[in-house]
Design a protein around this ligand. Structure first.
Ligand SMILES: Nc1ncnc2c1ncn2[C@@H]1O[C@H](COP(=O)(O)OP(=O)(O)OP(=O)(O)O)[C@@H](O)[C@H]1O
Ligand SMILES: [Mg+2]
Length: 304
């Protein structure tokens, strides 16, 4: 069981620009929802706010069920992290902590191999077992077999930058989809995937029982995998976030209707404004001849 909710989120960029003015939406238990919008609209920032990586300047985030996150950079890793580092980084916090302890203890034993270092290493391994690290490694073995065709034992020390973009994505997707977290945030999971890879992802998103919010620019994936669309529209007063309750097939019409509705509201407002302006002009002329009209004229001016 899991869910995700953003309530009136506000976020300002370091230069003071409003990126999100008032973003609210909910992803219900088991729903697969897409987050769409133009480049720079604020999708990645919104996911980082939901993941707790950034703090909002206003509003609330609520998540139930563990949260698993695939950042947008997966696929273009260029640093020295290994397959094991990558798999650890998308694991639950207790696994991440225990892995850090094992790394530190191993480093120590390689430099000062005294009794204290050996004790610390034994403790780290015991904590790894306690955190169910060995069970995680069994799952990672299935992931490396599926994504890279090699067992975890062989794949774990390989540098991620030697994997293709699609292999990096597939590896992290395998880990998150097979992992224990109930809520997944996926930032452009299909980027770098070839056509069979995209079809695979589509199937996985359709069959998973997890709660998923994913960002994509791919129309086909969006129309096949998303039940609902959260749309981020950039505007001068901060991006506007609205929810289309149907799939991507009806999203464009809903968006057009929404803009048409706004245009209609704007047209009505302009008509009303023009009517009031004409009224004020008439009153101004009459006020010149009557003190009673002068008071009504001043009251009317405040409506602008
Ligand atoms: N630290 C920062 N300083 C200044 N501007 C920033 C910062 N972080 C993000 N931005 C700006 O915020 C806007 C939203 O960025 P974000 O990465 O959330 O967009 P996005 O919708 O994910 O775009 P894309 O589809 O290209 O991934 C962009 O205009 C970006 O330049
Ligand atoms: Mg992005």
């Amino acid at each position: 069981m899991g869910h995700l909710e953003a309530g009136h989120l506000e976020y300002y960029l370091p230069d003071g620009r409003v990126l999100l003015g008032d973003a609210s939406f909910r992803v219900a238990d088991g729903a697969v929802v897409a987050l769409v919008g133009a480049n720079g609209a604020g999708k990645t920032t919104l996911l980082r706010l939901l993941a707790g990586e950034l703090q909002p300047h206003g509003g609330t985030v609520s998540v139930s069920g563990g949260l698993g996150v695939m950042p947008q950079f997966v696929g273009s890793v260029r640093d020295e992290r290994t397959v094991r580092d990558l798999l650890v980084s998308v694991s639950q916090p207790r696994i991440r902590e225990a892995a850090k302890e094992v790394d530190a203890a191993e480093e120590k034993i390689l430099t000062v191999d005294d009794e204290a270092a050996q004790m610390a290493y034994a403790q780290a391994l015991s904590d790894w077992a306690e955190a169910r690290g060995y069970e995680a490694e069994t799952v990672w073995d299935m992931c490396t077999m599926a994504a890279l065709g090699v067992p975890y034992e062989k794949a774990q020390w390989r540098e991620v930058r030697t994997l293709s973009g699609g292999e990096q994505k597939r590896l992290v997707l395998e880990a998150l989809l097979r992992g224990p977290d109930e809520v997944l945030l996926l930032d452009e999971p299909d980027n770098y995937l070839d056509v069979p890879g995209k079809r695979w992802l589509e199937e996985k998103l359709k069959e998973t029982r997890k709660t998923v919010l994913f960002v994509s620019h791919d129309r086909e994936l969006l129309s096949r995998a998303a039940e609902k669309i959260v749309s981020v529209e950039p505007s001068a007063a901060g991006s506007d976030v609205w929810v289309h309750g149907g799939g991507f097939a009806t999203y464009h019409d809903a968006r057009k209707e929404r803009f048409a509705r706004f245009e209609e509201l704007l047209r009505r407002w302009q008509e009303e404004h023009a009517r009031l302006k004409a009224l004020v002009l008439r009153m101004r002329q009459q006020a010149a001849n009557s003190p009673d009209m002068a008071n009504r004229y001043h009251a009317m001016q405040t409506r602008f």
